[in-house]
Design a protein around this ligand. Sequence first.
Ligand SMILES: [Fe+2]
Length: 163
Amino acid sequence: MSNSPVRRDPRLIPLSHDHHVALFRAREVVLAVDGVQPRDARELAGTLVVFFDAELARHFEAEERFLLPPFVARVGAEHPLAVELLRQHAEIRALAAALAEGASEKPTEAELWDRLKAWSTAITAHVRWEERQWFNAAQEALTEDEMAVIGAALQREGPSCRA
Ligand SMILES: [Fe+2]
């Protein structure tokens, strides 16, 4: 499989739109850590938990409901990209849950920043991995008919993340 740029199939653009929003939200943490846009850690964690629960979790579900099953049907559930996708989604769900728990268990400010940085780093790496590897592999593996079904489902659902 190549990592070279591949023209994104237009049927997957709703998912790429969500990725842009997710990268923007991850960048908020970097700007806060760097002091460019200072934020209160608890307030920032709160807004990111809302973003995850209301928007990005839906995006993960859309990928797992519409794109993963036909991909797995073509390449097998043990394919490294299929396994890695679910591993990364599980990791980010856990990191988001840790941010949410942070509000109640009162971690120190430093602990909360560590959790925010871990979430931001994982989101950024995950989006790049999907765009550079998984989406390319899916586009190559799936038939035109399968892509049309996926595109219709994503259109029906609408974007998960608000720009
Ligand atoms: Fe994604």
